[in-house]
Ligand binder design. Structure first.
Ligand code: G4P
Length: 523
């Protein structure tokens, strides 16, 4: 195996998807501890709660005490190079969160075992599922009383339409938590143990514990054995192919806060999750991850991280080859050659200069306005162009006008550039040509208004149209009379017509009235 292939094969690049408060930050932090990146629990949390003084975050990020855009954390574990792409867990998540999922090879889904599948998990899951990448599930907060594990996995299968396969199973929970019955490693992992030497108890061939072990007579253990019997008879068999296609999710239990079950999870994850694979290109050919030619695509642009410098950083997922500092690349959209001098890789909250980055890794490039979201870059003679990133259906909408009518020019300039960059989506009233902005999360509007003022010297007035259901309509079937305030007719950037329904009732009413009209949504 050549050196590049070896390096690429050691990469594991993933994102954690969850509903706010399920424990994403806590589990990330435990993983960073295992990776030796941080020494104390609480470091990442402190950042999240705004106690971490990092000068170069956007003003707004500091003000709200949340991470506006996803950062990247890299560490070594079990001879693998792990990249965790952080996705904002706050309810103000944005299109960046979705786009980040386009740059990973696997996803970890963290679920609060008292709450089960929650709305944001469901949305993010849908995007990941569509990509057909593996999804690993961690049922968190086992140290608290939660729902019955059988019930939880059944809900996961029903609501998310994915097969579950249990990798381990709780023995008790909450105050009664005794441990995990580890099917995959044929052992019991104890919750309370003196030291590492008595942390695991091996299971017998038949899946029981030795009689002389007290736990073997515990009614909680017996109840777990009964569940295991049921799983063996009626549950799904572990099927790696299905897992790799995203048709089956391995389910692990544990407590991120108590650091229980996290290491077992991480070990399995690193072993089972795929290394970067070949990538499809726009011309339907593919590029191998260990191809000698460097290539990658921009999945996120973060602007003005430091308001004093007005710099932007384009986040590139390397799709093939190895990055070399100072290398010349071609930007596929314009055929322009750009020298990559200033690249950073991201380590927790501090940025460090890239030492070595290959397919699977993320690099950040200082950008003076060359890049747009979805852009491809490549180093060799052969053009390597990645497919466009999908569009996501916005859920909230605002009408936008310039506060100062004399400043139309800067208003239009800012608007055009920020929309191009993918900060928000722009629609125009079908008949009126009003400017209407659409976003996945509220925060996108705040960032938009902030940047319009700071970068383009244009204050904007935003009037909320509330949450809306966006549905595209076949232009041939369109009759402008179909529109009302409950289903606003607008056109997107390409001039395609769509309705913004006030709510799903309005959509249903419309469908009843016009049963033959086809309505579609983006991802
Ligand atoms: P998020 O990033 O998904 O939003 O969740 P985060 O890790 O911040 O966790 C949300 C809350 O849940 C935190 O409590 C955290 O301590 C708690 N938590 C996370 N994992 C576990 C777990 O395994 N068991 C229990 N019992 N709690 C867990 P908080 O009170 O909101 O914050 P803090 O006071 O701990 O800072």
């Amino acid at each position: 195996m050549n050196k590049l292939t070896e390096k690429v094969n050691s990469r594991r690049t993933f994102a954690i998807i969850s509903h706010p408060d399920a424990g994403k930050t806590t589990i990330t932090e435990q993983m960073l501890l295992f990776g030796g990146i941080i020494r104390n629990a609480g470091t990442v949390k402190a950042r999240k709660s705004g106690h971490y003084a990092t000068s170069d975050w956007m003003e707004i990020e500091k003000k709200r005490g949340i991470s506006v855009t996803s950062s990247v954390m890299q560490f070594e574990y079990d001879n693998k190079r792990i990249n965790i792409l952080d996705t904002p867990g706050h309810q103000d998540f944005s299109e960046d969160t979705y786009r980040t999922l386009m740059a990973v090879d696997a996803a970890v889904m963290v679920i609060d075992s008292a709450k089960g599948v929650e709305p944001q998990t469901k949305k993010l899951f849908k995007v990941v599922k569509k990509r057909g990448i593996p999804i690993f599930t961690f049922m968190n907060k086992l140290d608290r009383d939660g729902r019955d594990p059988l019930d939880l996995t059944a809900e996961l299968e029903d609501l998310l339409d994915i097969e579950c396969v249990a990798m381990n199973w709780p023995i008790g929970m909450g105050k009664q938590l005794k441990g995990l019955y580890d099917l995959a490693n044929k052992r019991v992992e104890l919750y309370r143990h003196e030291d590492d030497s008595d942390r695991f108890l091996p299971l017998n061939e038949d899946g029981t514990l030795d009689n002389n072990i007290a736990l073997s007579h515990d009614s909680l253990f017996e109840s777990t054995l009964a569940d295991i019997e049921l799983l063996k008879e009626a549950g799904n068999n572990f099927d790696l192919d299905k897992i790799l296609r995203g048709d089956q999710t391995p389910v692990f239990f544990g407590s991120a806060l108590a650091n229980f079950g996290v290491e077992t999870f991480l070990k399995s994850f690193v072993e089972l999750a795929p290394a970067p694979k070949e990538h499809e290109l726009i011309d339907n050919t593919t590029i191998a991850a260990d191809d000698d030619e460097f290539s990658g695509f921009v999945f996120k642009i973060q602007a003005n991280m430091n308001p004093n410098h007005r710099d932007r950083i384009a986040f590139i997922r390397i799709g093939s080859g190895e990055f070399q500092k100072g290398m010349d690349v071609t930007l596929a959209r314009t055929n322009k050659v750009i020298r990559l001098n200033n690249a950073t890789e991201f380590m927790s909250s501090s940025r460090v200069q890239v030492s070595e980055a290959v397919a699977g890794d993320i690099i950040g490039l200082y950008d003076t306005g060359n890049f747009q979201i979805g852009d491809s870059i490549y180093a060799g003679k052969k053009k390597i162009e990645y497919p466009e990133l999908p569009q996501f259906t916005p859920e909230i909408f605002m009408r936008v006008t310039a506060k100062n009518v004399m400043k139309q020019k800067s208003f239009h300039k800012g608007m055009t550039q920020l929309v191009q960059e993918g900060a928000v989506q722009l629609y125009r009233g079908y008949a009126t040509d009003d400017y209407i902005l659409g976003a996945v999360g509220q925060l996108q509007f705040e960032v938009f208004a902030f940047r319009m003022k700071n970068e383009y010297n244009s204050e904007v007035e935003l009037t909320s149209l509330g949450g809306r259901v966006a549905r595209w309509i076949n232009p041939d079937q369109l009759d402008p009379k179909m529109s009302s305030s409950r289903n606003l007719l607008v056109k997107d950037r390409e001039g395609e017509p769509l309705f913004l329904f006030e709510n799903s009732f309005a959509e249903r009413w419309f469908k009843d009235k016009y049963p033959d009209v086809e309505l579609t949504s983006k991802l």
